[in-house]
Design a protein around this ligand. Structure first.
Ligand SMILES: Cc1cc2nc3c(=O)[nH]c(=O)nc-3n(C[C@H](O)[C@H](O)[C@H](O)COP(=O)(O)O)c2cc1C
Ligand SMILES: Nc1ncnc2c1ncn2[C@@H]1O[C@H](COP(=O)(O)OP(=O)(O)O)[C@@H](O)[C@H]1O
Length: 359
């Protein structure tokens, strides 16, 4: 369990629904990416929230940082309703296939994005055999009514729940009505289908995490950013590399990313870089730059590296946390005959990025 705060606002994160702050207004889903479709589902549970025309005060949980294993008593709610995102951990697909899944938004980033939207609490329901076996009726009664004391629920049109995904969004509405809990079913956020599939007619397709992953894998970063509603971001801590960069006039901050972070198409990107705190809040100025994601064949690199060169800046970044916004794909990674040829190409990359940013 952890409590992350930003400018005095906090998100209470717990994997024990018994420790959730209650009562709650709940948005249910997996929410990987917190993309435009997700934002539509989350919107109805954000403050100000009114039930039956009544004005309820929204909670402002004031909690100290909790250490691992530390026993924590959530504060009393004194009449507040907590805007709560309820999701599953691990991702149900990971549970069923046993294969670790890489994520558009690993936990820290998801918390940051939810917090930016105004969500106050994230409940990570442990997705195990027990949860899997609950019927839709049991899920509503045990988790939503008894544990989370939900007074409002929001889901997407294609939401499925309960054992073998037998419950639909409409079923949720019907079951929750027995407890007098209103359920908002958010319509699907769509976008125009990609060019290749496009006929004369403007075909629309559902925005989904899988679609965004496919688009990121293809290198179409601008389209991925459109569907996300913000730039795709890599956040990591600067670690030491081979110290070759400085010898060719392009020092590059090498980033250590969360192990489960989904990486887009390898190659060179025009980027915007921010230094951030542990809770991912921006701590200083932003910089433009160029980033390479790849194995660095020119220097016989074996491991994948993610590295960024900042324009018009010199200093020490080791140990700092950087958030890198990917704005434009410039080219795939190449093997150059020598460092001189690589240096010439990086100069061209910098010019292309500067032209893109007009900086
Ligand atoms: C904008 C940019 C483009 C790059 N393109 C390539 C490339 O096409 N091929 C390659 O082998 N390495 C490429 N690199 C990685 C360099 O090989 C790497 O930055 C250099 O070896 C320095 O590594 P170091 O940080 O370990 O010192 C690129 C790096 C940057 C910043
Ligand atoms: N403009 C810059 N962009 C990125 N890193 C820079 C810049 N100026 C200085 N640095 C520093 O230099 C380091 C990168 O130098 P480099 O020779 O590539 O070493 P390494 O292989 O350890 O990354 C960065 O981690 C950072 O501390």
């Amino acid at each position: 369990m952890l409590n992350l705060s930003q400018n005095g606002c906090s998100v209470w994160v717990t994997s024990s629904p018994e420790l959730a702050l209650t009562p709650t207004a709940v948005a249910l889903g997996k929410f990987d990416g917190v993309h435009r479709g997700h934002q539509r589902v989350i919107q109805p549970i954000l403050p100000p929230f009114r039930k039956d025309g009544e004005n309820r005060r929204w909670g402002e949980p004031e909690m100290g940082r909790t250490g691992d294993g530390e026993k924590v008593t959530p504060p009393p709610h004194n009449g507040s309703i907590f805007s709560t995102v309820v999701t599953f951990d691990p991702h149900p697909q990971e549970f069923f296939t046993g294969k670790p899944r890489s994520l558009l938004t690993p936990l820290d980033e998801k918390v940051y994005q939810l917090r930016s939207l105004g969500v106050q609490q994230l409940v990570l329901l442990p997705f195990d055999k027990e949860l899997c076996a609950l019927t839709p009726e049991e899920f509503v009664e045990k988790i939503l009514v008894q544990q989370l004391q939900a007074v409002q629920i929001s889901v997407g049109q294609d939401f499925r729940f309960g054992s073998r995904r037998t419950g639909t969004a409409r079923d949720l509405q019907i079951i929750a009505a027995k407890y007098k809990i209103p359920v908002t079913i958010a319509s699907l956020e769509t976008c125009a289908e990609s060019q290749e599939n496009n006929t004369e007619v403007d075909q629309q397709t559902r925005i989904s995490s899988s679609l965004i992953r496919e688009i990121l894998a293809s290198g179409d970063i601008e389209r991925a950013n459109q569907l996300l509603g913000r730039p795709y971001t890599l956040i990591g801590t600067v670690i030491k590399g081979q110290q070759i960069g400085r010898t060719i006039g392009f020092p590059t901050a090498n980033l250590e990313l969360p192990k489960d972070k989904f990486l887009p198409h390898h190659g060179v990107y025009a980027v915007r870089v921010f230094t951030v705190s542990e809770t991912l809040d921006i701590t200083g100025n932003d910089y433009f730059g160029v980033m390479n994601i790849g194995n660095r064949p020119t220097v016989n690199g074996i491991n994948l590296s993610v590295e960024v060169h900042l324009f018009d800046w010199f200093g020490d970044l080791y140990g700092k946390k950087l958030a890198v916004h990917l704005e434009k794909f410039l080219r795939p990674e190449q093997k150059f005959p020598n460092l001189e040829a690589l240096k010439t190409q990086i100069q061209l990359d910098c010019s292309a990025a500067r032209a893109f940013f007009q900086c």
